[in-house]
Design a protein around this ligand. Structure first.
Ligand code: ATP
Ligand code: MG
Length: 382
């Protein structure tokens, strides 16, 4: 019988943690595989997926590869444990004319041979069966893995594929992701989901100055992120009036800084309403004027909850590499305007001061503007 073996890292599993970790992992697997037929059972630090349609195998495998908490995967044949059965299936796992080695693990201590003996014996049987095969213990072209389990079943397979690893989403609290249409924020969300965080997103737009297509782009990013973060709700907030007010009443060089402080304030209100314990941004030190230490300090000054900036020490190129890997890059580079790109100051300040911001904000009805912006909320689930 063909099965998919799914292994998870055990390093986080101490005491009560285990059922919490496993419960979240199983739930996420079920959600991700909801459109397929299959059975899943647990066997020591593994889950075994079986009874799926053959034509779904690759799609199920690829889906599992992206679920945080899964360490590695193998497509295997499961047989009743006997040397004859193991040999019969091992024959189907080797390509003739190539070097190979057999790697065996024996969990079933009642099996008559130990792991060394099984590996040696199956190796010999394969050599006797086909004389174009050659054993190479150091750099084999192919490996036959044999895993004799406690329940009288043995798995035989050729490869162990590394999955994304990380922690199951749901075990790391809940965070509010500030999701723009750019390259960085989807990557920031991915990084925190990888540590087990459930995400909820807020997107600021400036309709009618920003278009529906800019928003569609953000939805497409959200959809792509659900491959990793399971579910994602995006709350869209209109900041057009805030931007207009800032533009009319405050110094031009401070417009971005002031807008970012508004964003942070609004984000925190939404975070509290949604039970999030942190806000997450895609900021990286020094990337643009609004991400100098002074700018980050000024924005952070309105923050009372932890602000996670998982990309803070990353170069753009490193961020792009991850964006490509997680398949958000192509969407992120579509050229639609963002609310930060309208009313763009000629020379944004790189060393803003909190006291100056406070003075400028005194010219605005900060609370009233925030309340109006929050009232514009539109919610989309992915
Ligand atoms: P990104 O590529 O993520 O858009 P960026 O390099 O363009 O980032 P900024 O525009 O300064 O940088 O934004 C920094 C961070 O602020 C973003 O990573 C995101 O978390 C948040 N942010 C910026 N604009 C928006 C927006 N319109 N809606 C929600 N969050 C935003
Ligand atoms: Mg941006």
């Amino acid at each position: 019988m063909k099965v998919i073996i799914l292994r998870y890292s055990e390093i986080f599993l101490k005491g009560n943690n285990r059922s919490y970790f496993e419960g979240a992992l199983v739930e996420n697997i079920k959600t991700a595989l909801k459109s397929y037929q299959y059975k899943m059972v647990k066997r020591s630090a593994r889950y075994i997926i079986s009874d799926y349609n053959d034509q779904d195998e690759q799609a199920i495998f690829d889906t599992l590869k992206n679920i945080f908490g899964i360490y590695s995967l193998s497509i295997a044949q499961q047989v009743d444990s006997s040397m004859d059965n193991i040999f019969a299936i091992s024959k189907t796992m080797v390509e003739k004319g190539k070097t190979f080695r057999v790697v065996c693990n024996r969990a079933d201590k009642t099996f008559p041979l130990n792991s060394m003996e099984i590996a040696r014996e199956i190796g010999h049987m394969l050599l006797d069966w086909d004389n174009s095969l050659v054993v190479d213990l150091h750099k084999p072209e192919q490996i036959v893995y044999i895993d004799v389990r406690e329940n009288g079943k043995t798995f035989v397979y050729n490869s162990i594929v590394k999955a994304v690893d990380g922690m199951p989403v749901g075990t790391g609290g809940k965070g509010l992701l500030l999701l723009s249409g750019g390259i960085d924020s989807p990557v920031a969300g991915y990084m925190m989901a990888k540590r087990g965080m459930v995400l909820y997103a807020v997107h600021f737009h400036s309709f009618p100055y920003t278009s529906d297509r800019a928003r569609e782009k953000v939805f497409e990013l959200a959809k792509r992120l659900t491959k990793y973060c399971v579910h994602l709700t995006v709350e869209c907030i209109n900041v057009a009036e805030i931007q207009t007010e800032i533009h009319q009443k405050c110094n031009e060089s401070y417009t971005i800084t002031l807008l970012r402080r508004f964003m942070m304030r609004i984000a925190q209100i939404i975070a509290k309403r949604q039970g999030c314990g942190a806000v997450i941004t895609g900021e990286s030190l020094g990337q643009v004027a609004s991400q100098t230490l002074e700018s980050l300090t000024t924005t952070n000054a309105v923050c009372t909850m932890p602000a996670f900036r998982p990309l803070i020490g990353f170069d753009k190129e490193e961020i792009v590499t991850i964006a490509k890997k997680i398949d958000t890059y192509e969407t992120s580079i579509e050229p639609f305007e963002d609310c930060c790109t309208i009313f763009l100051p000629k020379s944004p300040i790189t060393r803003p001061k909190v006291e100056v911001c406070q003075k400028l904000e005194a010219r605005l009805d900060v609370d009233g503007l925030i309340e109006k912006a929050l009232a514009s909320a539109e919610i989309f689930k992915f």
